[in-house]
Design a protein around this ligand. Structure first.
Ligand SMILES: C[S@@+](CC[C@H](N)C(=O)[O-])C[C@H]1O[C@@H](n2cnc3c(N)ncnc32)[C@H](O)[C@@H]1O
Length: 311
């Protein structure tokens, strides 16, 4: 199985551990987007090498049960290390305080979006490249009553609302044309799969012309953001992370599109203005050319880091 490659791991580690002068016995780390556990592995391996902490406590969250099962396999090598405690919990990072109520962390990482496995093999319709059931929820549980899936948006939302999310969440210039076509096609027969949706956009709206970027890219992004309420959840997640942070602790956020980055930037600025800490970097940190060459998926990544003030 192809493993997700962690993005900007070295940069986060250097800014939050190496540059950290405080002394404490144990290290408490929270990864809000467990995925394939790549960031966690990078952190643990380097912390072990540093030989500075007696015990390392690692917590991780992910909504996707399959991701958790996959990721755990990559971390089996620490099973017999009595100084490392790994606890992976299925849940939403909007709820850190409820999921892990009694622990304050030295470091909290968000690595937003999708893992390689979700894009290419989860069967949930995240990618226009595969013909899968239109679901797009990060969560693997059966949808609860009223819980939104991509199928619901595409087949039951009004023309105006589909158009609105395409504009709002992906700045799709052809929003009206795409939304119109979706409504026209679904009135004849429901749109069941990601492949059908991609074909509607590519063949019928754009006459099958081949572009460098697939014409369905933005539509898929917008629908995924709406299904998972990603922007609202990020907002709650950041607040909940701040509450769960130790004094002098760090929150690092890797985002992949400007709507996420604006939320992170504004929240960190607000905390700074209120005297609650400071931004470690005022300008975004981006991957080096070398990293982008090794992992092209990292090219849109933006990293912001915040440090909580000591009272
Ligand atoms: C980019 S991947 C993380 C990859 C990971 N850093 C690694 O190195 O392997 C993002 C992960 O976050 C999860 N996720 C997305 N939104 C979430 C949320 N609100 N709460 C918890 N997990 C979430 C996804 O299911 C996915 O597995």
């Amino acid at each position: 199985m192809i493993r997700h490659i962690p993005v900007l791991a070295k940069e986060i580690y250097e800014q939050t551990v190496i540059s950290h002068k405080d002394k404490f016995d144990n290290y408490y780390h929270l990864d809000c987007n467990f995925g394939d556990g790549g960031h966690i592995e990078y952190f643990i391996d380097n912390l072990l090498h540093l030989d500075k902490y007696k015990k390392i406590f690692v917590y991780a969250l992910d909504l996707d049960e399959e991701a958790i099962t996959r990721g755990k396999n990559f971390l089996k090598k620490y099973d017999n290390n009595e100084n490392i405690f790994i606890n992976i919990i299925q849940g939403n990072f909007a709820d850190i305080g409820e999921l892990i109520p009694n622990i304050k962390f030295n470091s909290i990482i968000f690595d937003l979006g999708l893992s390689t496995y979700q894009l290419s093999g989860s069967g949930r319709g995240f990618s226009f490249k595969y013909d899968e059931k239109l679901d797009m929820r990060f969560s693997t549980l059966e949808p609860k009553e009223g819980e939104l899936t991509a199928y619901d948006i595409v087949n039951f939302w009004s023309l105006e609302n589909i158009c609105l999310i395409l504009r709002q969440y992906a700045d799709e210039k052809s929003a009206w044309r795409i939304a119109n076509k979706i409504v026209e096609v679904r009135d004849i027969k429901k749109i069941e799969t990601s492949g059908q949706l991609a074909d509607i956009i590519q063949d019928q709206v754009f006459g099958g012309k081949k572009n460098k970027i697939h014409p369905a890219t933005k539509t898929f992004q917008a629908i995924r953001i709406a299904v998972n309420a990603e922007l609202q959840v990020l907002d709650q997640g950041l607040k909940s992370a701040f509450e769960s942070l130790k004094e002098n602790g760090f929150i690092s956020v890797i985002s992949y599109h400007s709507l996420e980055d604006i939320i992170v930037k504004q929240y960190f600025k607000k905390l700074e203005k209120e005297g609650l800490g400071s931004r470690v970097n005022k300008k975004i940190i981006i991957p080096t050319l070398d990293e982008i060459k090794q992992n092209p998926k990292s090219r849109s990544a933006k990293l912001r880091i915040f440090k909580k003030k000591k009272k």
